[in-house]
Design a protein around this ligand. Structure first.
Ligand SMILES: Nc1ncnc2c1ncn2[C@@H]1O[C@H](COP(=O)(O)OP(=O)(O)OP(=O)(O)O)[C@@H](O)[C@H]1O
Ligand SMILES: [Mg+2]
Length: 222
C-alpha cells in the first residue's frame, strides 16, 4: 500500500500589541477573510482558548492584589497557555487548520517582562518548555501610541464599569509595553510584522491581508 504523505500542518498566526490596539477586531476580520478564501480557520484568544485556560483567565483578570510578583503572573499565563496549546492549538494545526490567537507568548514577554520587570531569561526558559516547537508562523504586532489605545479601551467600556487590571496601570507601564513589543519585532523580523494600527479598521485589515498573502499564502501557492 502506498504510504500517504503527511497531512499539511496548518498555519499559526498571533495578534499582539497593547491595550485597545485593535487585536480582537483585526483577528475577527482576518478569520472571516480566511474562511471566505476556503481555509479552515479557528479563532482563539489568550488568556483562555480552552475550558481550563478560560478559568485561569477569570482568576488573572479578577486579581485583587495589585502588588504581586510579575513572575507569578507570568506563570499563571503559562499555566493557561500550556492547556490552550494542548487542548486547542496543537490539535487544530495537526488537523491542517489555520489557527489565529488573539495574544500569545509575546504578551507575556512584553507585559510581565519588558513592562512588568520579570527576567527575560526566566520567561524564555518557561516558554521553551511550554511552547516548545509550537512557535507562531506569523505574529502581527499592532503598534499604536498607548494613549490612543487606552482611549479606545475606555470608550468601549460600559458606563460605570471598572477598567481591567492591565488597562489601569500607569502610562509609563504602557510605554514600556509598546517598546517591549517593538523590541520583539526587531529581534525576530522573520516571524513578526509590525502593523501601524492608528486610523480606521478597514485599511489596517487590508494591510494585514497583504502581509498574509506575502508571508503565508505565497508559500502555499495560493
Ligand atoms: N482602527 C480602529 N479605529 C478606531 N477604533 C477601533 C479600531 N479598531 C478597533 N477599534 C475599537 O477600539 C476598541 C478596542 O478594539 P479591540 O477590542 O479590537 O482592541 P484589543 O487590542 O483587542 O483590546 P484589548 O487589549 O483590550 O483586548 C473597540 O471598541 C473597537 O471597536
Ligand atoms: Mg481584545
Amino acid at each position: 500500500m502506498a504510504s500517504q504523505p503527511p497531512a499539511a500542518r496548518g498555519r499559526f498566526i498571533t495578534f499582539e500589541g497593547g491595550e485597545g490596539s485593535g487585536k480582537s477586531t483585526q483577528a475577527r476580520l482576518l478569520a472571516e477573510r480566511l474562511k471566505h478564501a476556503g481555509i479552515d480557520t479557528v479563532l482563539t484568544r489568550e488568556p483562555g482558548g480552552s475550558p481550563f485556560a478560560e478559568q485561569v483567565r477569570e482568576f488573572i483578570l479578577g486579581q485583587k492584589h495589585a502588588a504581586h510578583a510579575a513572575l507569578a503572573e507570568a506563570l499563571l499565563f503559562y499555566a493557561a497557555r500550556a492547556d490552550h496549546l494542548e487542548a486547542t492549538i496543537r490539535p487544530a494545526l495537526t488537523a491542517g487548520k489555520w489557527l489565529i490567537a488573539d495574544r500569545f507568548s509575546d504578551s507575556t514577554r512584553a507585559y510581565q517582562g519588558a513592562a512588568g520587570g520579570a527576567h527575560a531569561a526566566a520567561i524564555e526558559t518557561i516558554d521553551r518548555v511550554v511552547v516548545a516547537g509550537t512557535v507562531p508562523d506569523l505574529t502581527l504586532i499592532l503598534d499604536l501610541p498607548p494613549e490612543e489605545g487606552l482611549r479606545r479601551a475606555a470608550d468601549r467600556r460600559p458606563a460605570g464599569a471598572a477598567s481591567d487590571p492591565f488597562e489601569s496601570r500607569d502610562v509609563a507601564f504602557h510605554k514600556r509595553l509598546r517598546a517591549g513589543f517593538q523590541a520583539i519585532a526587531a529581534a525576530e523580523p522573520q516571524r513578526c510584522a509590525v502593523i501601524e494600527a492608528s486610523g480606521p479598521a478597514a485599511p489596517i485589515a487590508a494591510q494585514i491581508w497583504r502581509t498574509i498573502e506575502v508571508r503565508l499564502l505565497a508559500q502555499r501557492g495560493l
